[in-house]
Design a protein around this ligand. Structure first.
Ligand SMILES: N[C@@H](CCC(=O)N[C@@H](CS)C(=O)NCC(=O)O)C(=O)O
Length: 218
């Protein structure tokens, strides 16, 4: 069996959601570093791999797939993991959160973080939108402690975790007011094997980039 290849960059939230799932499933993979900060995703050779010039891209044998959430559910299904539940209604709840993430959480996160990472002031209106979402997620977690209201961790938890852990690391919003979210962040963190490789090292890179851009570090 050929080794799974992942084109990505641990700077990227979407890439880290996939590396977390790969590690959760204990899968061997080869990471091909596409440095988005250096524009490596815009080269003609990468365009042949993904015409949209986005990372991550996963190649499993002759099968190629893009879109991080679809990659995560593909892997969990292929390797028979309950991270993507086999019970229909539980799976539907996971999908519900993944769509909520793709349609609302992720665009809001991008709207807040893109300018901030470039050294611009934090925009109050974007902070307000993100806080509304965090308030909602904190309420969602009061049910079972998991994002999809499942009885155990699912792909939805780890996909959201990759993003919210970034917010926590860059600290543009005080997350301590969201008690359930704080407990959940720790629960996800401690459930990730090879935490630094899967997520921690990427977060350090993001924080470093942010500090340099905002003039706090050189
Ligand atoms: N919906 C896509 C989004 C992927 C995405 O936004 N990738 C970013 C890095 S996090 C990227 O490739 N950016 C390159 C660019 O915008 O030029 C997914 O979840 O895979």
């Amino acid at each position: 069996m050929s080794v799974i290849k992942l084109y990505g960059d641990n700077f990227s939230v979407a890439t880290r959601s996939v590396t977390i799932i790969l590690d959760k499933l204990d899968l061997k993979y080869e990471m091909i570093h596409i440095d988005v900060l250096k524009g490596m995703n815009l080269t003609p050779s990468f365009q042949k791999i993904n015409a949209t010039q986005m990372i991550p891209v996963l190649i499993d044998g002759s099968f190629k797939i893009t879109e991080s959430r679809a990659i995560c559910t593909y892997l969990a299904t292929k390797f028979g993991s309950e991270l993507y539940p086999s019970i229909l209604v539980d799976r539907a709840r996971v999908d519900e959160m993944l769509y909520y993430d793709a349609c609302l959480v992720s665009p809001t996160f991008q709207g807040l973080m893109r300018p901030v990472l470039q050294g611009a002031d934090v925009a109050d209106v974007e902070v307000g939108k993100m806080m509304g979402i965090l308030h909602h997620l904190n309420k969602v977690l009061s049910s079972t402690g998991f994002m999809a209201k499942t009885e155990q961790l699912s792909v939805a938890d780890f996909v959201l975790f990759a993003m919210i852990a970034t917010l926590e690391a860059v600290a543009v919003i005080d997350l301590s007011i969201y008690k359930n979210l704080g407990i959940w962040l720790e629960r996800c963190k401690s459930a990730i094997p090879n935490y630094d490789r899967a997520n921690g090292n990427g977060l350090k890179k993001v924080v470093r980039y942010y500090l340099v851009r905002t003039g706090v570090a050189k």
